[in-house]
Ligand binder design. Sequence first.
Ligand code: NAD
Length: 297
Amino acid sequence: MTEVIDGNAVAAEMRSALTDGIETLSDAGVRPGLATVLMSDDPASETYVSMKQRDCEEVGIEGIHVELDPDAPAEELFDTVADLNDDPEVHGILVQMPLPDHVDDRDVIRAIDPAKDVDGFHPENVGRLVAGNPRFKPCTPHGVQKLLESADVDTEGKDVTIVGRSNIVGKPLANLLVQKTDLGNATVTLCHSRTTDLAEKTRRADIMVAAAGVPEMVDGSMLSESTVVVDVGINRVDADTDKGYELVGDVEYESAAEKASAITPVPGGVGPMTRAMLLYNTVKAASQQESVDVELP
Ligand code: NAD
């Protein structure tokens, strides 16, 4: 029997577990605050940001939302980030990517106070992660670790193949999984668009993570029996639905599920975990900045 790993359920548990920490902070007179900044009129980005704000409200985090005209000069965004850096009620700052072409996203990431960088993308936080001393684990890779843990999948000594080497998913996940820690100690193969014989790498995996942004590119023929399959991909493909599209992952679900011992669906797998781990990082940020000890799940 293939286990379908229910990301909605695991994320709900995570949110509920975080409320203890939020209560501890509240007893100390602290309300954690998360600022989201949107400089885009892309509907997907708008949806992501509004979902993050809704999550904050649900668990008792103060959500602050700033929207900037996508045509505004880059300085407006840098000024906004500087104000949020200085605002003591803001513990976490998330600038929704992608940004307009005239704004250099690397400069924006560097402008965020690393102590408030709940995405974990600032070079200081990336360095700490690589060195094995993370301040904030990036939300999607951390969510993947928590999903594996929830399904009792031990990563120690396992061969993990990750398809995709982005700075937000593939690379940080590889760095987390090779650490000498719980939920780590794996042997990782990190694949990308120039990898040769990808199927040979995915077939050797005990755990295969797809994060390439290519609809259904990994199918059952590329997997060995009993592989644990984690599908990070979220792709809109044209479909005869009310919205005119449907969401599919980077994994061809039907054929992969036939081979897998466990698999995450799309939607309802990694996506909800990414959102939950943002709340986790915000609670952690508030606890660190306000020097209040909080037990994190
Ligand atoms: P990206 O475009 O930044 O990176 C994609 C990576 O995949 C690149 O490193 C590229 O080398 C590799 N790749 C592309 N085509 C390939 C191929 N044919 N063979 C092997 N490697 C290939 O994407 P990203 O931001 O990392 O996102 C990847 C996917 O994950 C997207 O579908 C995105 O929507 C989704 N995503 C989901 C969540 C979530 O919460 N579930 C979070 C972030 C991203």
